[in-house]
Each structure stands twice: as structure tokens, then as C-alpha cells.
Design a protein around this ligand. Structure first.
Ligand code: SF4
Ligand code: SF4
Length: 301
């Protein structure tokens, strides 16, 4: 049913991931609660990849803008062969313990990332053979320190996702997950993305504040035809802005045109940029000549 090679590519060697594939109605035995002997053990050795919606929730929780949050609470890493930028949750200095862990438990519980909500379930988007659609599959992650697997409680994957508030996270991250999967599955042999497209991916994924400035910029507005009212709505609503950023990324990376563009806007923009560059070059040349003349004059003196 699924491309097995794709699944294998995404599961690390020596992984605690259980091989049984689960669906939404599959039942599993697990419970995590405050009184359990291993409470917080999972937060003491973390490797959490942050999603765009995780960043929005966490930065707002901590009262930071995107750039401050990324600088203080994340670590960059390359998500694929082409250095697609990813972010990991940062740990406390010199440890593998999550920076948000306190004696009372998670310090950002209501806004904890999707990975924390899912654990000890895992999820993966898998592209069906000969299809462009992506399906979700689920699996258990059994690690020695986690005693939740010995608790008697049983539930379905759907119930667990609902209890953990995962549905909203998945809804907000789905387009991003598909973009990452599509880029990753193109493999190392397909041409490397340009530096500019990696920068755009970085901004659209992790920096909604810069994206807000970007969509108000003259450059953007001279290419894309967006009504003022829609722009205002995107400014006011960060979640809508994130979904719009994913549409923009798909348009830039894969040519999926969902945002209307002005006719020949790109050509016009290039002409304008060339004029700006040429004015800058002329200015730099003039300054250089003036500098040379001044040095000559100082020497003669
Ligand atoms: S964010 Fe909270 S739940 Fe997630 S690893 Fe950190 S302390 Fe644990
Ligand atoms: S039961 Fe598992 S998930 Fe819950 S606190 Fe213990 S180690 Fe963490």
C-alpha cells in the first residue's frame, strides 16, 4: 500500500519505533500521568524537531517575536541533503534536558510542541506509490525509560490525538510537512535548490514576523495581486498568515499557482531591480573616483 523504501528512509537505524503500522481506529495500551514513576524522564533526553506551528505557539507563550525565539530557544540543523533548514528545541546548557522542563513538569505545557503531544505515538506522512497525495500513518515508540506502556489504559489513536490537542497542530503543519516530504523525496541527484529558495523556506517556516514585513513590501506587492483587505487579514491573524506562507512556498518551489500574479510582473520587477542596481553601481564608482582624487590631493599636499 505504501512506498516501503520511503518509510525505511525515515526510520532511524536502531530505532525504538515499533514496526506495527497503526491507523486512526487502531487501539493501543498506554497512559502518561503525573504520579507515574518515570514522570518527566522523556523530557530529560530530547531530540525535538520544531514545526512552524510549534514556533508560533511557543513564541507567543513566551512573549517573544519569531527572531528572538529562534535565537534563544532553537538549534539549527539540516533536514536533508540540500541543507533544507530545520530547527531543534534547545536543551539546558551541557545537558540533553529540555530547556522548558521545571521541577513541576513542562513549563509550556499548554503550548508544548506537536512531538511532545504525540509521544509515545509517532506519526509520519507517507506518499502512496504513483500518487501525489500523502497519507498519515502512526506507530508506537517504546523506550526503556517510559513506563506508560505498562499502564492498563487502552485508547484509539483518534482518541489520543484528540485528548492531546494534536488535531490543530496537524492541521496547521500539514502543508509544511508535505513540502518537506516532497523536497526530501526528490533525493540528492535532483538539482540543489537556490540559496534564495532556502532563505524563503526558512522565513516562511520559522519567521512569521519577517514574512509579515515581506508581504507588505513593494517588491511582493508589485508581483502578487492581493487585495488590501486580505493583506490586513493576514497581518492580524498569524495562523492565516502561516497557511498563506505555505501557499506562497508551494508556488515558489513547485510552481503551484494559487496566489494571483500581475501579468508580466516578474519581468517588470527585474527591470526595476536592474535600474536600482545600475544606480548603486554608478554611485559606488563615483565614490571610488572621489576617494582616489582625494588621496592624490592629500599626497600632493
Ligand atoms: S516542551 Fe515540555 S513536554 Fe516537551 S520536552 Fe520540553 S518539557 Fe517536555
Ligand atoms: S510515561 Fe513515558 S511519556 Fe509519560 S512521563 Fe513517563 S516517560 Fe514520559
Amino acid at each position: 500500500m505504501f512506498d516501503e523504501n520511503e518509510i525505511k528512509r525515515n526510520i532511524p537505524v536502531e530505532s525504538p519505533v515499533q514496526p506495527r503500522e497503526l491507523g486512526l481506529e487502531s487501539e493501543f495500551q498506554f497512559s502518561c500521568h503525573k504520579g507515574i514513576a518515570c514522570f518527566n524522564a522523556c523530557c530529560k533526553n530530547i531530540d525535538i524537531t520544531l514545526t512552524p506551528y510549534d514556533i508560533i505557539r511557543l513564541k507567543n507563550r513566551l512573549g517573544l517575536d519569531s527572531r528572538e525565539f529562534v535565537a534563544r530557544y532553537t538549534m539549527p540543523f539540516a533536514m536533508d541533503y540540500h541543507n533544507m533548514p530545520g530547527l531543534k528545541m534547545v536543551t539546558k546548557s551541557g545537558t540533553t534536558e529540555c530547556i522548558h522542563l521545571s521541577e513541576d513538569g513542562c513549563g509550556v505545557y499548554d503550548d508544548r510542541p506537536a512531538a511532545c503531544r504525540y509521544y509515545a505515538l509517532g506519526s509520519m506522512g507517507v506518499r502512496k506509490k504513483e500518487s501525489s497525495s500523502v497519507d498519515d500513518i502512526y506507530f508506537m515508540v517504546k523506550e526503556e525509560h517510559c513506563l506508560g506502556h505498562f499502564e492498563p489504559r487502552k485508547q484509539t489513536v483518534a482518541q489520543y490525538r484528540h485528548e492531546q490537542g494534536i488535531e490543530k497542530y496537524d492541521e496547521m503543519n500539514r502543508e509544511w510537512r508535505d513540502i518537506v516530504l516532497k523536497k526530501r523525496s526528490s533525493g540528492p541527484t535532483v538539482g540543489a535548490p537556490s540559496r534564495r529558495s532556502l532563505q524563503l523556506f526558512d522565513m516562511c517556516s520559522y519567521d512569521m514576523d519577517s514574512f509579515a514585513e515581506f508581504i507588505q513590501s513593494k517588491g511582493f506587492r508589485s508581483i502578487f495581486s492581493i487585495a488590501d483587505e486580505e493583506t490586513r487579514e493576514l497581518m492580524d491573524d498569524e495562523e492565516k498568515r502561516l497557511l498563506f506562507a505555505m501557499r506562497f512556498l508551494k508556488q515558489v518551489l513547485f510552481g503551484e499557482k494559487t496566489i494571483p500574479m500581475y501579468e508580466n510582473a516578474r519581468g517588470q520587477r527585474i527591470v526595476e531591480r536592474k535600474e536600482v542596481w545600475s544606480r548603486r553601481e554608478e554611485k559606488a564608482a563615483r565614490q571610488w573616483r572621489e576617494q582616489q582624487e582625494k588621496s592624490k590631493f592629500d599626497e600632493d599636499e
